[in-house]
Write a protein that binds this ligand. Sequence first.
Ligand SMILES: [Cu+2]
Length: 156
Amino acid sequence: MKLIRHTFVAVALLGAQAMLLSAPAAAADACKLEITGNDQMQYDKKELAVPATCKEVTVTIKHTGQLPAAAMGHNWVLVATPDLMAVANAGMGAGLASNYVGASDKRVIAHTKIVGGGQSDSVTFSTATLKAGGDYSYLCTFPGHNALMRGKFKFG
Ligand SMILES: [Cu+2]
């Protein structure tokens, strides 16, 4: 009887350990997002969401079209929603070589490079400055694109 009880406890402990080991792996996947841009000046998603448990988030943008970056480049830029237009305007002045992102623009929380058809780029950023439930948006800062290419970023 004693032996059986010990075996049961051991199995229960193994189960708990397996749960502890598998939980962070699942959470890490939820912190990696993908979005595409195309030759029609569109993202494939109007909203991206990550749980507030993500300490870091990775966003990958893939350009599924064929046009070059100079004609139909896309990036992914994360901002607090009230900063969207100001960041878009500052990006326009920064030019393609700067990925249409102002060099010292503190309103930009994270951004990828500008990619052309067939290219992709990723950015990994800390969520330390984000507030759970805060109002965040992403946009493409290629001149004129943000009217169509924008979406909500939900954290938590
Ligand atoms: Cu774009």
